[in-house]
Design a protein around this ligand. Sequence first.
Ligand SMILES: NC(=O)c1ccc[n+]([C@@H]2O[C@H](COP(=O)([O-])OP(=O)(O)OC[C@H]3O[C@@H](n4cnc5c(N)ncnc54)[C@H](OP(=O)(O)O)[C@@H]3O)[C@@H](O)[C@H]2O)c1
Length: 292
Amino acid sequence: MNNNILVTGGSGQLAQVLKTNKIKKNNYKYFFTSKKKLDICKFKDIESFIIKNKINIIINCAAFTDVDLAETNVNKANKVNNLSVKNLSLICIKYKILLVQISTDYVFDGNKKKVFFEYDKPFPKNKYGLTKLRGEKQITKYNIDSIIIRTSWLYSEFTNNFVKSIFNTINKNKNIELRNNSYGSPTYADDLVKFINLILSKKKYLFLFKKNYIFHFANLGCISRYQFVKKIIEFSKIKNTKIIKSYTNKNISNIRPICSCLKSKNLKIVKEFKYNKWDKSLLKCINKLKNK
Ligand SMILES: NC(=O)c1ccc[n+]([C@@H]2O[C@H](COP(=O)([O-])OP(=O)(O)OC[C@H]3O[C@@H](n4cnc5c(N)ncnc54)[C@H](OP(=O)(O)O)[C@@H]3O)[C@@H](O)[C@H]2O)c1
């Protein structure tokens, strides 16, 4: 059987990583669509694209990801993160398509101050998390063949992300000003993509879609931003960089969970996958950034 995979949000970070790590089998064909090429808020456009290209799998990487902007631009965030997921769900039912939806640790408020498992009740602290949670609910409401993968602190060699921005700053011999010291589970997008590819390439994992599994996928560990930055500096081997702690911006700390570390009970189903510790994966990414 042919597998025609539509990856939405094609210019974004995760889509870029998927593009460089495709499933290498003849019967897998990918379609990466940027917002300009295919706006996921436009139902008719998606439907025509799906029919024309005989899509049978969607990996929805498109999202409104600016956490701060979502507070003031809530209608737009809701349109992309929630209403468009309803569109995708309706299309998935109609054309019997498998959906991989990417979600976030920010569906949790962080008040537990411990790691969050799949069975923990989501309770978002900010509008970004709220709209992403609503998107998840669209999928469960329509009971389509899907998996939802919640990930956190995603980084890679592509686009703008926390690791790249710290790496670039220290390479300019500038000090790092750390404005918030929340706790989270950093996730190397390469590892997440390997997990998605494994699930999509083996028939034995098809049942996960039938049962609408939710997975918490993050690298192993629950660390502070401070520890994260310290490791980025250590692995970059650049001396004399100072971390200046200025945890003063009340707006930022008010809308971001203090601790949104993810841990999983469900991942043990996918036994053959090798789960990496956060620092091991960080080292891989830093080495790639150094060689760029
Ligand atoms: N980055 C993280 O730390 C993180 C953490 C947890 C979960 N996640 C989730 O992981 C997924 C991938 O994140 P990412 O890091 O790859 O984010 P990203 O780099 O911001 O990519 C999202 C992409 O979606 C596109 N997009 C926005 N509105 C769209 C629309 N209406 N139609 C089509 N495309 C649209 C964006 O285009 P424009 O840039 O042109 O708007 C962007 O290219 C998202 O679901 C996100 O919620 C990310």
